[in-house]
Design a protein around this ligand. Structure first.
Ligand code: S3P
Length: 439
């Protein structure tokens, strides 16, 4: 396991681009593989998670290639034409690949065994098994809810009307992707609206998708069996990866950076509003649209952060950014409280306990609750000096690499390898801006 040692060298200065958005990258491969004709994608995130999706789509018949110029070309098989893979499919660490692709498999007459790494094998899959069984797929799962799972798709899928029991774009998207090869209207109802990249991309490719508000629910309807047009897409930079830079530049005195071309889908930008509520100096420059998604450049300058107890946004709009926001709270003035975060316990790791353990080990006082955390800010540097466990979770690794920049003694991350799943250029980009990190 390659460890990472983090301690501040200097203020962060410069102008950079982060890799492509992970959610958009996954969907661009999955949906262009179902189009009729050739799609071209630039700025695709080439992290392990997205490469797992590419391999899985290839195993089911799509032709996916990277050109020398760095763009990706996908020759789709058409909706309903996925082929029976001849081996098990390993999704690695990627929950998005696993859950969304099970949606696609559910409405095809194929039988597939899916597995993943130790982290993914510990994550709950009942949330997709339940609706996809209503569609007509059959599942055999370890202990009924865990990978490895064998899914037997159906050739007579039923259009379902499903209300998601938790705020999850993965569950919503799994049901919608099953609905693609299902005659009639598939409906998903959400109490809290989650990232809508699937809806936006399907619309751009010619599918009929509507979103309405009915009786306090967001209702998404998809007309099944569309012919999807190929796309030419530039993937915007990942706001979730940018979050590490937003926090780093906000907490390291003297910093001033510009992150170019960041996806600013309003269902993803909660971290910007949360940090601003803590006093961060973040401005959006040059707002524009790219491939059906809002984008802009983010300018971040150092500011002394203060605690926050009520977030101005719904947790779903910043669900992956909490670990690094906890690090911001650890150096802020005052006591922060973040609640309603039960979903953090079922991410790549139990992020509430992983963060609590690493923060405590580095001298941060806190209280952990079933669905949240209270963090006593140090109004400046934290003591640091300890090694943290990353539990195969990229965002835990990167969060503590950022906190190390504001620690009296270096913080060591036990395993930097998971960073490759979503942000392969993390260390290079940060050290290029002035951070002190060695792997
Ligand atoms: C994702 C949805 C979120 C997020 C994950 C990516 C997606 O998961 O945490 O990193 O691309 O749909 P949940 O649906 O479990 O909230």
């Amino acid at each position: 396991m390659p460890s990472l040692v983090s301690q501040s060298k200097s203020a962060l200065k410069g102008q950079i681009k982060v890799p492509g958005d992970k959610s958009v990258s996954h969907r661009s491969l999955m949906l262009s593989a179902l189009a009729v004709g050739e799609s071209r994608i630039s700025g695709l995130l080439e992290g392990e998670d997205v490469l797992a999706t590419a391999d899985a789509m290839r195993a089911m018949g799509a032709k996916i290639e990277k050109l020398e110029c760095g763009d990706w070309v996908v020759n789709g098989v058409g909706v309903g034409s996925l082929l029976q893979p001849d081996d098990i499919i390993d999704m690695g660490n990627s929950g998005t690949s696993c859950r969304l692709l099970m949606g696609l498999m559910a409405s095809h007459d194929i039988t597939v065994t899916v597995t993943g790494d130790a982290s993914l094998r510990g994550r709950p899959m009942k949330r997709v098994i339940t609706p996809l069984s209503e569609v007509g797929a059959e599942f055999t799962a370890r202990d009924e809810i865990y990978l490895p799972i064998t899914i037997k798709g159906t050739d007579t899928p039923m259009p379902i009307d499903y209300t998601t029991p938790m705020a999850s774009a993965q569950v919503k998207s799994a049901v919608m992707l099953a609905g693609l090869n299902t005659p009639g209207i598939t409906t998903v109802r959400e109490k809290i609206s989650t990232r809508d990249h699937t809806e936006r991309m399907l619309t751009a490719m010619g599918a009929k998708v509507t979103t309405t508000e009915e009786n306090g629910y967001y209702v998404i309807r998809l007309e099944g069996q569309p012919e999807l047009k190929p796309i030419s897409l530039e993937v915007p930079g990942d706001i979730s990866s940018s979050a590490f830079l937003l926090v780093a530049a906000s907490i390291i005195p003297g910093s001033d950076i510009l992150i170019e071309n960041v996806g600013l889908n309003p269902l993803r930008t909660g971290v910007v509003d949360a940090l601003k509520a803590m006093g961060a100096d973040i401005t959006v420059e040059n707002p524009r649209e790219l491939g059906g998604e809002p984008v802009g450049d983010l300018r971040v300058r150092y500011a002394q952060l203060k605690a926050v107890t009520e977030l101005p946004v719904d947790p779903s709009t910043m669900i992956d950014e909490f670990p690094v926001v906890f690090c911001a709270a650890a150096v802020a003035e005052g006591t922060s409280r973040f609640m309603g975060l039960e979903e953090l316990r079922v991410k790549e790791s139990d992020r509430l306990s992983a963060m609590a353990e690493g923060l405590k080990a580095n001298g941060v006082e806190l209280k952990e609750f079933d669905d949240g955390i209270e963090i006593i800010g140090n109004a400046g540097k934290v003591p640091g000096g300890a090694q943290v466990k990353t539990f195969l979770d990229h965002r835990i690794a990167m969060s503590f690499a950022i906190l190390g920049q504001m620690a009296e003694a270096p913080i060591t991350v036990d395993d930097a390898a998971p960073i490759q799943t979503s942000f392969p250029t993390f260390v290079e980009l940060l050290t290029g801006l002035g951070a002190g990190m060695t792997v």
